[in-house]
Structure formats: C-alpha cells, structure tokens
Design a protein around this ligand. Structure first.
Ligand code: NAD
Length: 486
C-alpha cells in the first residue's frame, strides 16, 4: 500500500514540517479514499510564517510596480500550461466534474491576468492647482501582511481572489486553505516558485481554526480576506476588526432565481439546472430557490425535473459525469436531514436525491421541492447541496418581495424579456450580484464580488477596484511650489 503523504507548510519558499500534533484526513469524496493528511498547525507556525511574510514585505513593497506585474504575467502563462492538471486536482479533492473544475481554473487565471495590469491600478490622482502654487497628489501603498482564509468549494478560484491582487499591490500573504481541499494550493506554490516570485511573498499555513485565530490576533497581520460560511465569517469580521485589522468576509447565500411567464423556458431550464446542481450545489452563487410565475410553473417544472433526472451522478474524473459528490459524509447526512425536514414541513418532494445513489462516495442526487414557503427551513437555510426549492408567485413584484425576505443577499437572477420587469427587479431586489437571463451571475475578476446583507461583512469587496482599495492605503501630498521662489 502506498504511504499517505502529510502536507507541509510553505514558509519563506521552503516546505517545512508543521508543529501540529493533530492531523485531518483529506478524502476524495467520490471514492472515500484518504489521499493525504493535513496538519492542524498551531499558533507558532503562523507566528513564524507571518514574521517571514513581514520580512519579505520590507523588500517586496519596494519592487517596482511593473516588475511585480511581470511576475504575474509569468505565473499566468505557467497556469495556462497546467490547466488540465490543476482541474483534475480540484476534482480529486473537491469532487466537482473536471469540465466544471476547468471553468474554475480559468476563473483563477483571470484573476492573475487582472492583477498583472497593476500598473494602471496603482495610479493615484493629482490636481495641479488646488490653490495658488499648491498641488495635491495621492500615492498608493500596500498595507502589509495579508491573511487569506478560504473555503473548500473553490480550492483554486477563491485563493486566487486573494493573493494575486494582494501581491501585485505590494503586500505579502499568508494563505490558510480549507483543510478539506488544500492540495490545489500546495501545487500552486510550486508554480509560484517557477514564476520566480521571491521567497516569503506568498506563504501557506495548513490547518483549521487555530490558524485562523492566530492570523486574527497577530499584530503584524494588517488585512484579512475571509471566504466561507456566515457564522464563521461573522466571527472573523468581529475578531479581526476588534484587533484593528481591515477585514472583508464573504459569506453564505440563498440565491433566488425568478422565472416570469414570458421567459424562454428551455433556455431558463438549461441555465438553472447548472445553477442549482452544478458543483453539487456547493456554490455561494447556487440557484437554491426558484421563484416561478404561476402561469408557467407546471410547464417549467416538467422540463426542469426531466433535465435533473438526466444528470449523470458519479466520480467527476469520468468524462460523462455531470453531478459529483458533496464534500464529506456529514454534508451528505445533513442534506438528507433537510430533505426529511422539507417533507415534514409540508413541501412537496418532486425529486428525491436520496435514491439510486452509488454505493461509495458522498453523493446526493438532484432534489426538487415544490410549494415551499418562507417559514420552512429549506427556504431559510443555506443547504449547500443539490436541493432546489420552488416557490410559486403571481408576478415579479411578489417574486422580488419574497426574495428580499432572505437574510442573505449574494446573487439573484431573473429570466424574462420584459424590460420593465427587468428594471423593477434591478431596482428593488436585495442582492449584490444580479443575472439577467443567466443562471450563475458570478462577476468576472475585474468587477467586485459584491454580496449584501449576511452574505458579506465589511466595506470593500473582493476583486475589481474594491480589492485594490482594500489592499492599499494612500498618502495625500499637498505641496507648495511658489513661482516667487524661482
Ligand atoms: P467554513 O466557514 O466552514 O470554512 C471556511 C474557512 O474557515 C476554512 O478555512 C475553515 O478552516 C475556517 N473555519 C471553519 N470553522 C472555523 C471556526 N470555528 N473558527 C475559525 N475558522 C474556522 O466554510 P466552508 O464549509 O469551507 O465553505 C462553504 C461556505 O463558504 C458556504 O457558506 C458558502 O456560501 C461560502 N462561500 C462564500 C463565498 C462568497 O463569495 N460569498 C464563496 C465561496 C464560498
């Protein structure tokens, strides 16, 4: 039997053993095989990594802006050459089908592309004559060491929301990947080294809550980017800000997708199948509640159910598979619990994802509940699995009012060709990322990933111009150059 490797930490360009006394199995969720072990690193490992990152910061902040951009161009090319390998690694540790993992890799690469254009992004503003002989200019500077804490569901895309822009703007980073899916980050560190990015600029400490707490309290850490569930995000935001750090925490979701009676139903079904069941529903942009205008509800549901039944469940490394497993056994059991609860609460179970599953692996089939109401747990809670709740409404106004009752406000979509309804939706819906006639409105890298309400804690979002603002602060210089002095 092959020996199972234990992951190390990556500090100052070296792979070093953690001082951990506890370890967690990294499991392939499609096969239930243990593929590696991850150390649950203690505070001392974080202290060391942060110190090294701080030393690297003294050097890296003075590297010219275009030179930092060139490192990222190099990394971008290397990533393109490794697309397939990276996608298969994502599938191995996360379970999503390779085709979807390739999409994720592409999203990661786009973040590097965007960060490589840092020359323009680092520019400040100037006024030549603010008063007689007085000019004012501002200059951007990096803030220091950034802690990046990421979830299991996008092992590549989410860390790439953090480190490319953080280092492009002159900061250094200590990443803590999800302990469930840390292998992709491990591989990326080798590629970062290949790109020639100096030692200590990007570091990795593996583990769980002890690593997070150490990052939140270390005075050398100046900014925290967190992506994960609502309760942990709220804790991270409160603790990080209490320790006087900048914090952005991107959290949970319950996204509503509205289909009006004039929509192209075939296209809507095709898109919403991807939105609801893609990545086994383990997406912060998943289409979890489908709000149907009563007039087309039965016709939509007949097509939707048929398309859901055509999904192929299995190991995402097999090319024909379109629905992989959820991440762990407890996630599977939790979802089965929600299905039972939905039945007890009186929703109508149209498709039961507990049936006809492979013997091995943490699978949940596509699940559809009709006649869901806002007092039910399946409407309120983020289930984070391939479970779609259907609510029927009489028109767009009722659909938007229903959507706005959710505590979350990450994404929301509408399917219609009625411009007035689209405008009504855009103006009134509570959500930071809207989709019009598409299923998953995740913004591209150069726009902010802008959840509202309990889907985000902080001021400046990840990605886009917000991320440049988050990872920099400014000096505003007011100068007098008197003509009378010549
Ligand atoms: P999680 O909150 O369990 O874990 C996220 C990170 O926090 C991990 O690195 C984990 O080690 C750490 N963590 C977990 N418990 C902790 C604790 N008690 N104290 C300190 N740190 C802790 O989230 P997850 O299950 O890995 O990911 C799924 C969640 O992430 C979903 O809620 C999903 O909506 C959310 N998510 C949000 C976005 C977004 O952009 N809003 C994107 C991706 C995922």
């Amino acid at each position: 039997m092959a020996t199972i490797k234990t992951l190390k930490n990556y500090i100052g360009g070296q792979w070093v053993d953690s001082h951990a006394t506890e370890f967690e199995d990294i499991i392939n969720p499609a096969t239930e095989e243990v593929i590696a072990k991850v150390p649950l690193s203690p505070q001392e490992d974080v202290t060391k990594a942060v110190k090294v990152a701080q030393e690297a910061f003294e050097m890296w902040q003075r590297v010219s802006v275009p030179k930092r951009g060139r490192y990222l161009f190099k990394l971008q090319n290397i990533l393109v050459d490794h697309k397939q390998e990276l996608a298969e690694l994502i599938t191995l540790e996360n379970g999503k089908p390779v085709a979807e993992a390739l999409g994720e890799v592409q999203r990661g690469i786009e973040n590097v592309e965007n960060a490589a254009s840092v020359t323009n992004l680092m520019m400040g503003d100037t006024v030549s004559t603010a008063a007689t002989d007085i000019e004012v200019a501002n200059y951007r500077y990096p803030i220091g060491v950034i802690g990046g804490i990421t979830p299991f569901n996008f092992p590549m895309m989410v860390p790439f929301w953090i480190f490319p822009m953080a280092i492009a703007t002159g900061n250094t980073v200590v990443l803590k990947p999800s302990e469930k899916t840390p292998l992709l980050t491990e591989r990326v560190m080798d590629l970062i080294e290949e790109a020639g990015i100096p030692n200590g600029v990007v570091n990795v400490v593996n583990g769980g809550r002890d690593v997070v707490n150490a990052l939140l309290t270390d005075p050398l850490v100046k900014g925290i980017t967190f992506v994960g569930s609502k309760n942990v995000g709220e804790y991270v935001y409160r603790t990080g800000t209490q320790n006087l750090k900048r914090v952005q925490a991107l959290t949970g979701a319950k996204n509503h997708v509205i289909v009006l009676k004039d929509a192209n139903l075939d296209k809507a079904v095709e898109n919403i199948i991807g939105g609801a069941f893609g990545s086994a529903g383990e997406r912060c942009m998943a289409a979890s509640v489908i709000v149907l205008e009563e007039a087309i509800a039965d016709e939509f549901l007949a097509k939707f159910k048929q398309a859901a039944e055509e999904l192929v469940i299995g190991n995402g490394l097999e090319g024909t598979v379109t629905l992989g497993p959820v991440i762990r056994k407890d996630a599977q059991e939790r979802t089965f619990g929600y299905i039972e609860k939905g039945i007890q609460e009186g929703a109508e179970l149209l498709l039961d994802g507990r049936k006809n599953l492979p013997q091995t692996g943490y699978f949940v089939g596509p699940t559809i509940f009709d006649h869901v109401t806002t007092d039910m747990a399946i409407w309120k809670d983020e289930i984070f699995a391939p479970v779609a709740s259907i609510v029927r409404v009489k028109d767009v106004k009722e659909a938007v009012a229903l959507t706005n009752q959710s505590e979350f406000a990450n994404g929301s979509c509408i399917f219609t060709n009625n411009a007035s309804a689209i405008r009504y939706f855009r103006e009134h819906v509570d959500a930071g990322m809207l989709g019009i006639n598409l299923g998953v409105p995740a913004p591209i890298a150069w726009f902010a990933f802008s959840g509202w309400k309990n889907s985000f804690f902080g001021d400046l979002h990840a990605n886009g111009k917000d991320s440049v603002e988050f990872y920099t602060h400014r000096k505003v210089v007011t100068a007098r150059y008197a003509e009378t002095d010549i």
